[in-house]
Design a protein around this ligand. Structure first.
Ligand code: CA
Length: 224
């Protein structure tokens, strides 16, 4: 269940949002101060924050700036009047969307849905899709532990530890601790193939391991 943090000092507005979002299947938390939102996000990270610009302590803009130092959570601004925020300013400080008051709570809920859909899938708030546990030698994908061979584990570990880095087949073979000899490319390719098959059993439409023609492979969090 996606968790939404609402930061709004007007109870009547917050109430309509809580109602619309809960009707849409979200869990909600409501705070009235920017500082409380920052605290809350550290303790119980939300999947999305709806942030009023005019708050009693620090402004929504300032809250968002401080938030961005430790969180990439999507932010939707609530603006008291047209012109208080323009799209460029919003994007510059890391907002994903904004609505101007008075707004339809249903429209806000629809936009929340759209933003959450665009996000990298997460198993739960603040948790990575692919989780590496080097103590138990276990990798969990979308909450499901993967049954991997030793080589598949090492391979995926190597890719996960440096997201987006393209590893050559030779570098991956090194990570496996296997001497590279004739046919080593096919060894890696066959491990990658079986690894992908196991990942697809969890999520058929995702492609966390990307092929780079003539170069090698990388882990792409965006495609996980
Ligand atoms: Ca306000």
């Amino acid at each position: 269940m996606p968790h939404i943090l609402i930061v709004e000092d007007e109870a009547a507005i917050a109430d309509t949002l809580v109602y619309a979002l809960q009707a849409d299947g979200h869990s909600t938390e409501w705070v009235t101060l920017g500082s409380a939102a920052l605290d809350q996000q550290r303790v119980r990270p939300a999947d999305l924050i709806i942030l009023d610009i005019g708050l009693p302590d620090i402004s929504g803009f300032e809250t968002c700036r401080q938030l961005r130092r430790f969180s990439e959570v999507p932010v939707m601004f609530l603006s008291a009047r047209d012109g208080e925020i323009d799209r460029v300013v919003g994007l510059e400080i890391g907002a994903d969307d904004y609505v101007v008051k008075p707004f339809s709570p249903r429209e806000v809920a629809a936009r929340v849905r759209a933003i959450l859909k665009r996000m990298v899938p997460r198993t739960e708030a603040g948790t990575a899709v692919l989780q590496l546990d080097t103590v138990r030698m276990q990798i969990t994908y979308r909450g499901q532990p993967l049954a991997l061979t030793r080589h598949e584990f090492r391979l995926l570990q190597c890719l996960l530890e440096q997201p987006r880095r393209v590893f050559s087949r030779e570098q991956l073979l090194d990570a496996l601790g296997v001497a590279s000899d004739v046919g080593y490319e096919r060894t890696i390719d066959s491990h990658i193939k079986s690894l992908r098959a196991k990942l697809r059993q969890v999520a058929a439409d995702a492609e966390p391991i990307q092929t780079h023609r003539g170069l090698g492979y990388s882990f792409s969090p965006e495609h996980a």
